[in-house]
Design a binder for this molecule. Structure first.
Ligand SMILES: Nc1ncnc2c1ncn2[C@@H]1O[C@H](COP(=O)(O)OP(=O)(O)OP(=O)(O)O)[C@@H](O)[C@H]1O
Ligand SMILES: [Mg+2]
Length: 291
């Protein structure tokens, strides 16, 4: 795990909006080693998905860029598979066919028809979807669709696996099962993973490093935590582990002390247009006087 694999160098992005450019990210720098598991954590709206989309080649950085194996990347490629925050399956294809779509270009000429079928079924089995191989997305629950998306990405055996809150929509048992499978798969394949999560325990359990992002606008890398827990990791053994709880505390302090979130909320008034308020903890501060 000593070779530099992926680098974000001075990445910044401005989105055009009706009110002018909105600076979502500013000067994001990150070096990721071959086979490293990196989590991105930060408050909602800080820019995590934007970072992932830039690495995936789906968004263009306004400033700086992404270097993969020493080469700048500006467009998507099969060596970077993405599991999106909202599952992205083609509605007219079955679970099996959705996985097949991702796998075919990668293994064309390398696997026979039978091997291909076995591989697709194996990956759907990993995410407990064997019973619904031939169902279409509108016949599947949200969590099941997400699992097909995960199977599709894993089946592509990508050099870099990009995951945007992959387990967010799943029940606790399936989530734990998939987290364990992911750790195992990554240990075997040695691929580089960037995973976005809102779950502090998930971040500590899975990651080699946790990248904590500051709040936007112009969000950037706030702190990076090295998680030096030995692998393989066992969630039950770690629950009472002092070192594990130390890492957990460090992430929580970053999120809830250093980057305390001030959420703007909108309160509707009957005879007036909606007014903007700012809420911080329990105190509500009116940002606009109501006559
Ligand atoms: N295409 C776009 N055009 C304009 N603004 C955008 C666009 N995409 C994202 N943004 C803005 O950039 C900021 C970061 O968005 P992003 O989706 O990356 O956040 P996030 O950290 O992934 O949030 P969440 O945890 O809720 O998924 C937000 O303020 C969002 O409104
Ligand atoms: Mg997001």
């Amino acid at each position: 795990m000593s070779q530099l694999h992926l680098e974000l160098s001075s990445v910044g992005i401005d989105f055009p909006t009706p009110k002018g450019p909105f600076s979502a990210l500013h000067d994001v720098n990150l070096k990721i080693m071959q086979g490293e598991f990196v989590s991105l954590i930060g408050h909602s709206g800080c820019g995590k998905s934007t970072v992932l989309n830039i690495v995936a080649g789906l968004y263009q950085a306004t400033l700086g860029g992404v270097i993969l194996n020493g080469r700048e990347v500006n467009e998507p490629g099969p060596e970077r598979a993405v599991v999106f925050q909202n599952h992205s399956l083609l509605p007219w294809l079955t679970a099996y066919q959705n996985v097949e779509l991702g796998v075919k270009p990668v293994f064309k000429g390398k696997k026979t028809k039978a091997e291909m079928r076995e591989w697709i079924e194996h990956n759907l089995e990993l995410v407990h979807m064997t019973h619904a191989l031939h169902k279409r997305p509108d016949e599947l629950s949200g969590g099941m669709k997400q699992r097909v998306g995960i199977a599709r990405a894993l089946a592509m055996q990508p050099e870099v696996l990009l995951m945007d809150e992959p387990f967010g929509a799943l029940d606790a048992l399936t989530r734990a099962h998939l987290q364990d499978s992911l750790m195992e798969i990554q240990n075997t394949l040695g691929n580089t993973v960037i995973m976005i999560t809102h779950d502090v325990d998930e971040a500590v359990l899975l990651s080699d490093r946790i990248v904590m992002m500051t709040n936007g606008p112009a969000a950037t890398v706030g702190e990076i935590l090295d998680v030096k827990l030995a692998r393989p990791r066992n969630r039950l053994a770690l629950a009472d582990d002092t070192e594990y709880n130390g890492y957990r505390g460090a992430v929580l302090r970053f999120l809830y002390e250093k980057q305390k979130k001030v959420e703007p909320i909108t309160v509707k008034r009957t005879e007036k247009p909606a007014e903007q308020f700012a809420v911080e903890n329990t105190s509500i501060t009116e940002s606009k006087q109501v006559a």
